[in-house]
Ligand binder design. Sequence first.
Ligand SMILES: C[S@@+](CC[C@H](N)C(=O)[O-])C[C@H]1O[C@@H](n2cnc3c(N)ncnc32)[C@H](O)[C@@H]1O
Length: 304
Amino acid sequence: MTQDRPHIPVPLAAILDTVGPVTGVWLDGTFGAGGYARGLLEAGADLVIGVDRDPLAFEMAGVWAGTYGDRLRLVEGTFSDLDTLAGMPLDGVTLDLGVSSMQLDIAERGFSFMRDGPLDMRMGQTGLSAEDIVNDASEALLADILFHYGEERAARRIARAILAERAKARITSTLRLSRIVEKCLPRKKPGQSHPATRSFQAIRIAVNNELGDLEKVLAESVDLLLPHGRLAVISFHSLEDRMVKRFIRAQEKGRELPPGIPVPESMLGRTMKKMGKAIMPGNDEVRINARARSAVLRVAERLA
Ligand SMILES: C[S@@+](CC[C@H](N)C(=O)[O-])C[C@H]1O[C@@H](n2cnc3c(N)ncnc32)[C@H](O)[C@@H]1O
């Protein structure tokens, strides 16, 4: 990692290999440290629109963004507003979902259970924070969030413990929340992830409406991509990956029609086809960047 490239993008090389020649206008919906945007520009994109909901991403890009002149346009916003942010038909869209290394590493952002910080977790720094949800949501809602977004089997137990603790004093720090969760779960065995991983993931997803935004951007990409345009999505957990996989499958299949009725291809409403298989990072990539471990890349092409 260097000062001006603090996030190691995963797996950029795989994206460039799978999407084929990069030309025209691409939108990088998760600009972060700009690794994908740079990769796309260097691979031949005429224009890259870099979108991020976190203003910090653009502050950091200030060091190098100017070298691309008007080939790089930076826009603050959420990718779920793709239709208004793009402003033109697109040759490609990339989404590298979740939080960046910078967001995780800055304790004050409140994403990490390893560093003490305020319980924030807002990528866009507006709206409800993790502190609001942890302290104000009902026990049932907290349990649902932990169960559905974190696939945490001890969701009810953890929600109960959160309520008991917040009755003593408002929960405002990441380490306090992490300890509450840890006490509800068996001790971590070697090689297992930290016991608070699933709960922190769940609360972060709820704070940032991550699955709602993903559902919306996928649907919008159908209308915005030009024929043969590419959609490349990298997800980091099974909830996201399942949503992307089902979306691509539904677009490939088109309308549900009664079997046996001859229908011309044009009426089937097929809009996309998948390009290659899902790609996971190789061992070498994981060795360089442990956060790549759970990444899955899926690419689809807009049909003419
Ligand atoms: C994994 S990082 C992307 C890293 C980037 N590919 C790179 O090479 O540096 C994810 C970034 O997407 C942003 N992000 C996540 N959800 C978003 C959304 N709904 N709209 C816009 N940006 C989002 C985060 O703020 C974060 O900066």
